[in-house]
Design a protein around this ligand. Sequence first.
Ligand code: THG
Length: 286
Amino acid sequence: MQTILQSKTKQIKMSTDGVFTIIGEKINPTGRKKLAAALQEGNMDYVRELAKKQIDAGADILDVNVGVPGIDDVALLPKVVKMLAEEFDIPLCIDTPNPKALAAAMSFAPGRVLVNSVNGEEASLQAVLPVVKEYNAAVIGLVMDEDGISSDPQKRFALAGKIIERAAKLGIATEDVVIDPLVLTVGADSNAGKVTLKTIELVHNEFGVNINLGASNVSFGLPARDIINVAFLGLAISVGATCAITDPVKYTQGIRAIDLLLGRDAYAGRYIKYFRQHPPEEKPVK
Ligand code: THG
């Protein structure tokens, strides 16, 4: 199954039987004081720098989130989306819980965007899905609802079904719904990884849709997060995850390796090309 996104001239096909898709997460001020300050001042230079860095590192899509407490996102989100669409030829993933900011931003993105996100709550389904339909976008569906995030994979799976069904009722095709099985940290609950993996398996086997992960959540609060994150990506991709909102600077290498190990990279061409273009830094001689 394919979810097709589009920028000015580039098309990205997220696919359930192709290589993994990388959505760059760095345009998000959560936990990043420098970006929060730049956004509050309306200074686009740092946003531009983050966009460029992530594209150079292998991002296929850029996530755009301006969620600073107290900020006027209805004004700011369109401004950032407009700048990115003018200066970079890469599809966008518009990441906001505010349907008004979403609607305001949509018309500034040429092509076809990914909306991040809708969830199983009635209020979210009713507010977000019509905007997705109106702008012919694709959408990420988070498997949570009024009761929060379940630790039962069957319940998460049922919510995936509910979101797909409600989207279909509005004429949004199933291939344009990307399910996010939700990733919580194994630092708080050592079963959290297993629950997400089981949810991926169920959604993949029953619906065959594209599946997105906010992969870095899995290691929150633990040391050497990169180790856990790459291991988790490998496990998740092997059971059906097809894209992740993640840091391409840190994780494109590992993702290229996983695609290679799963037989999605003939003659290791993409893997070798990535390292040719991004040679590992020489370690200083001791
Ligand atoms: N699913 C979907 N969308 C999402 C998430 C998800 N959007 C937001 C989030 N989760 C994914 N994006 C981020 C962005 C940044 C960080 C984590 C996830 C992050 N920031 C560092 C911190 O908070 O310490 C700072 C990073 C840095 O300095 O490089 O970790 O699950 N659909």
